[in-house]
Design a protein around this ligand. Sequence first.
Ligand SMILES: C[S@@+](CC[C@H](N)C(=O)[O-])C[C@H]1O[C@@H](n2cnc3c(N)ncnc32)[C@H](O)[C@@H]1O
Length: 375
Amino acid sequence: MCLAKNHTQYSFGFTSKRHLSHLDAKLNDAVKQKLTNFDRFQRNFEKLTVDKYSELVTNETVRESIQEIIDIYEREKYLTALVPETITVSQMQTLLKETYTQRLHYFKYLYKKEMYKRKRNIRKQVASELVDEIRNGKPQIGIHYDPETNSPVYGLWKNSLFINLHSSYSRQFDVKLYNAVLFGQPLVFDFSFESQMNSKCLTSMCKQIAYAIGVNRTYDDPFSLWFCNLKQDSETDTRLLKTVGNLYPKFGVNKSFINVHNCSYLDSFQKDKLVYLTPDSDEELHAFDSDAVYIIGAYVDQTFGCERRATIEKAKSEGLRTAKLPLDHYVHINAGKALNLDQVLSILYIIKHTNCWVEAFQSLPKSRITTKINT
Ligand SMILES: C[S@@+](CC[C@H](N)C(=O)[O-])C[C@H]1O[C@@H](n2cnc3c(N)ncnc32)[C@H](O)[C@@H]1O
């Protein structure tokens, strides 16, 4: 590649996800290596005696039971070594209440717990060694050439085709988003379904919202996003902060140009402009209306095939117009007609700018579409 010869390049640290996954793989390999050399028979086993558990000994029967447990422990230690290095008083207390088989299971459980702890410590130690190694190999300005082939070399701390993305990079989106807040078409996400989602669905919903925010930022004419019925400090609020990170507008601090409200869209928009998008509507959205305020339910169902009709019911109870995307006319869709939140946003954006449903539905992942009917 002569590209590097014509341009001065800089080697930066964590410039891409690839570098990070490379480091992660290196870390995993090092941990694996240390663990394969580990021999569970060669641990620092404590020599157990009944005296260690004297506070538990209330009578002769208990003393005998403790001795019995220690005997089983000693035997397992030499046969399988699937026992912990020692047994604490409280663990002995538990063991006293258990049967022979349960005791064996408990030893194994304690062994696994110990191994887990060991692995975590090894990982921590290896990671800090790796960080030291990286810190010592400081980035150097200039092009790095392979001494043998004399061609540029690529990789960590060498030449990089990626520039380091500073936080200022995100500012290039600011102007568009600023315009969107002032003049853009509002697009509402309705967050009133938290109580109807289990933890898995909530996680998935937050991820989809993160994608939606991300993709909207890349558009030339982004939507003005409104998050309605989102309660401050609710589970959704906390999770969104975790999932979306810096791009999530905390209540009161709005760097991402998203309107976050704990009140309803009914308080912010004229009711006759609102159109609730829902896959269960009888009406189809034939053309995009630039005056309408479309609402997307921030709701993810548990499983395909037993979807709840949550959004249609809510829209009907509020007396709102509803519409579904005209999927049936253009595509055969796999696994249910309910699309992801970010997919719906992308379709709306494309239909708004092209007025072509075929193009809009082409934005769906190929795995979700079987055949295109009308082109
Ligand atoms: C995963 S869907 C939720 C489906 C759920 N059964 C419901 O009651 O809406 C999430 C949201 O995306 C929008 N959506 C998904 N697929 C749609 C479609 N085919 N037509 C219209 N809106 C759709 C709706 O706003 C919906 O609330």
